[in-house]
Write a new protein. Structure first.
Length: 165
């Protein structure tokens, strides 16, 4: 089993995360567009397809942090609904792996044990205290940045959990 201590801290490309989430939940284009619409953000099919392309493909369009945040907030509303009296959250202009991980945890209503078992599906070990450090506020003495390896393995675990692959 791999251990996360050997990882480098880099920010995953938002487009890659968007592609992986589309695969995990087996979303078609129309569903992805509806998720953006849940936070009152209009995305055309052409824009979506350009964001789903790989960097080397013609027409590739980067998915900026604000757009990634809007999608994740839409995913939270899609999966959990909007609490009565609550308003659509304002998107942030800067997002990192910690916030992406946190939003996915909220959308999927996952507890520590759920996340650890999902990581284990990807043959990745993490203790509860190591995991908790990823969800602390920056500046907290136990806060830890979420590296790409942790997020990639979590997404891989979700693929195995939801798609069996």
């Amino acid at each position: 089993m791999r251990n996360h201590r050997d990882e480098e801290i880099n920010i995953m490309i938002n487009n890659d995360i968007l592609r992986r989430l589309r695969f995990v939940f087996d979303y078609q284009n129309a569903k992805m567009i509806k998720i953006f619409a849940k936070v009152k953000h209009e995305v055309t099919q052409e824009q979506l397809l350009d964001m789903l392309k790989k960097e080397s493909e013609e027409g590739y369009q980067p998915c900026n942090d604000k757009t990634m945040c809007l999608f994740l907030d839409g995913l939270i509303i899609e999966k959990r609904g909007l609490k009565e009296g609550a308003e659509i959250p304002e998107s942030v202009s800067k997002i990192n792996n910690n916030l992406i991980f946190k939003k996915l945890r909220v959308a999927l209503e996952m507890r520590e044990d759920d996340i650890i078992s999902t990581l284990t599906l990807a043959e990745f070990n993490m203790s509860k205290s190591e995991l908790g450090a990823l969800f602390r506020k920056p500046g907290h003495k136990h806060f830890k940045e979420c590296g790409d390896q942790v997020l990639r393995n979590f997404l891989m675990g979700l693929s195995l959990k939801y798609r069996g692959m």
